[in-house]
Design a protein around this ligand. Structure first.
Ligand code: G3P
Ligand code: MG
Length: 244
């Protein structure tokens, strides 16, 4: 499966409605997005803990209200033609796309790992009656996944992981308590052997962020279950699923 990483983010500003619309029109199998809480506890869709890189504003998402975040331009820093693009709320994304495509929601409460993001997201999913089969919830934070899974046990869980020293805290004994369907590794960790080992454990493997054609070809030939890519058309073409 080809997951449009933050939407079709090579062609439109990441984590915006334009990037998600484009991913759907390009034929991606799924979209991936990052969510965290605003100062007034609204799940919003943005990757970084601050708004500085992707908007015309400054400051930490956790210190800005939803209203303040909505006043920012989340498109111009990518390209002027996207000026006026807004930071979406998770609610808006779920209402717009959850009947149309699989959505991977990444819980990104990494700066405040025990806040109530998992509860807020699960409540939203319940309130909106989102079809559970169209959702995958992932995180590097095992506590968030355990909390989310306790609320909505039939939604698929992917544990994000990375190699090296940074990966140590992710791969704590706590991670083994996560009821996961899949492991979502950094692409640098992935080999044919790694995929076979995870499959042997009964886990699916979806790697991030795979933008190079050579890596895509290797991963597909090794039987990977999914990749997260900024460039869905490149991956879809290799799989013979191209729509354009
Ligand atoms: O979910 C895959 C990938 O998005 C994880 O890393 O930093 O791009 O959110 P990041
Ligand atoms: Mg992400």
């Amino acid at each position: 499966m080809v997951f449009a990483h933050r939407g079709s983010s090579a062609y439109a500003p990441e984590n915006t409605m334009s990037a998600f619309d484009l991913a759907i029109s390009q034929g991606a199998d799924a979209i991936e997005l990052d969510t965290k809480l605003s100062a007034d506890n609204i799940p919003v869709v943005i990757h970084d803990s601050s708004v500085d890189r992707t908007t015309n504003g400054t400051g930490n998402v956790a210190r800005l209200t939803y209203r303040e975040l909505r006043n920012l331009d989340a498109g111009s820093s990518f390209d002027k033609i996207f000026s006026g693009e807004r930071i979406p709320s998770l609610e808006e994304v779920l209402i717009t796309y959850s009947e149309k495509i699989i959505i991977n929601i990444e819980l990104t409460n990494y700066r405040s790992p025990s806040n109530n993001l998992p509860e807020r997201v699960s409540q939203l999913i319940k309130n909106l009656n989102v079809p559970h089969s169209n959702l995958i919830v992932s995180s590097f934070n095992p506590i968030s996944l355990i909390k989310f899974n306790a609320k909505l046990p039939d939604i698929r869980i992917g544990l994000l992981t990375l190699g090296g020293l940074l990966g140590l805290w992710v791969n704590t004994p706590l991670s083994r308590l996560v009821h996961k369907e899949a492991i979502h590794p950094n692409k640098d960790m992935v080999s044919q052997r790694y995929i076979a080992q995870q499959h042997h454990k009964g886990l699916k493997v979806r790697a991030y962020t795979v933008n190079e054609e050579e890596a895509m070809k290797h991963f597909f030939s090794w039987g990977i279950d999914g990749i997260f890519t900024d460039d869905p058309p490149k991956a879809l073409k290799l799989l013979g699923k191209s729509q354009i």
